[in-house]
Design a protein around this ligand. Sequence first.
Ligand code: NAD
Length: 498
Amino acid sequence: MVATPLDHLMLIGGSRVAARDGRWIDSFNPASGGIWARIPRATAEDVGEAVSAASQAFRAGPWPDMQAAERALLMLRLADLVEQDIERLALAETSDNGKPLWEAISQVGRVPKWLRYFAGLSDKQAGDLLPPEQNGILAYTSREPLGVVAAITPWNVPLLLLTWKLAPALVAGNTIVVKPSEIASVSTLLLADLINQAGFPPGVINIVTGYGSEAGTALVAHKDVAKVSFTGSEATGRRIAQTAGDGLKRVTLELGGKSPQIVFSDADLDAAARGISAGIFLASGQTCSAGSRLLVQRSVHKALLDRLSTLCSRAIVGNPLDRRTHLGPLGSKEQLEKVTSYISLGRSEGARCFIDGSRIRVPGFEEGWFCGPTIFTDVDSRMRIAQEEIFGPVLAMIAFDSEEEALHLANDTPYGLAAGIWTQDVGRALQLAPLIQAGTIYANMFRGVSPAAPTGGYKASGIGRENGMDAVREYQQTKTTWANLSSPVADPFPPTSI
Ligand code: NAD
């Protein structure tokens, strides 16, 4: 079944399988532009088998009868196995999406922490005892799983973002069909071995690979999928919400962003420059919460720009396997074309391209898809480079004069994922926080994530929350049970005395 040593197999009902019709998708290494692996191209038929395995595992077999603590044990075993295999999994991510290896190691390295946090929540899921309606009546709620969950993930952070779905969905007792991005599926397929070694019953976790327009649509539309948990672009999120709506399925949608970073004149500008650079240039800006919209008080505009320029001049763009590299290549050729076309667009819209990373050439990697830090100044909030998610290392600087103007600009986008506020007056930051329409606010920092911290979007950035206690609720439904213990049952047709 494995045609070449480059091939990786799916996981359906506990078995490693290729697509039934034997078709494959090439996976490209963004640093070299060459093919480095192949993944199965699943069709609706393969997806149907995976959903059927997940339905079977949800209804019968060991999974539905397991105590919460037993499920937690499987998650803890998986956490240990991932921890022993971080380098291999991270190397697969770097080979697939071009992220510097040190960054991929750091992201995959967080997976065990997330699995352990949610494993710890497993046996703490309780319902409520409801206030009595009358004496002798007991009423309580219990939290039940939904059934088969479809988890659809993007290419930029494959395993960690999958864990944000997998862990709470398992805690709640669901079974899962995962569909990773066709651009970066290999680390998820490698995880399949570890899932089997951890001892998950067959069918509890299934992994199908393929195109979004083929395997993805079939999965979302499948009648036996109860919930779709999706991380990806706004456009795909809208399509998924429509299909899920037709089937009355629940959704969690973690979508794109155009997150503002607000810098007031009293900010520690050195710290702000570091936080802003990390927030937009690390991962080459391919982060949903990238702080791509820099709002800076006019009086410190030049001082901040000087600091950002100095930092950018030190950024090393190059071989993602070299530990000194800060920015690897972009995730795909299409992504490079998209980012460079936005850089041209910014110029034609009248912004000033103060630093242009699109001209970068990396010796020895002439076919790679590289783009370095790029900074636009003189940006107007209405320009497309200030409104649309570029998903690349491109920063748009907008000057403001008053706090009121800063607040207006911060909310002047369709998105609402995150926002950063830089000021030494923490009171001011905390007063602004509730006025900014974003799911996460950072004051004098940016890009913090934790398994305990709910994350998600306002407006076009999505629906629902991942992480924290809230996340498990996204995969549960509430049942209310009433029991009459000692109350007389009233006669509905009492005899009349006429
Ligand atoms: P994408 O929307 O192109 O693809 C995401 C996933 O959806 C892939 O697995 C793809 O195969 C699948 N897909 C595509 N079309 C589909 C369809 N019609 N039905 C079902 N599945 C379909 O996104 P991407 O390019 O992989 O990822 C980048 C985007 O993800 C950016 O917009 C980024 O902001 C967003 N993102 C958001 C978060 C967050 O937490 N909010 C995190 C990371 C990335």
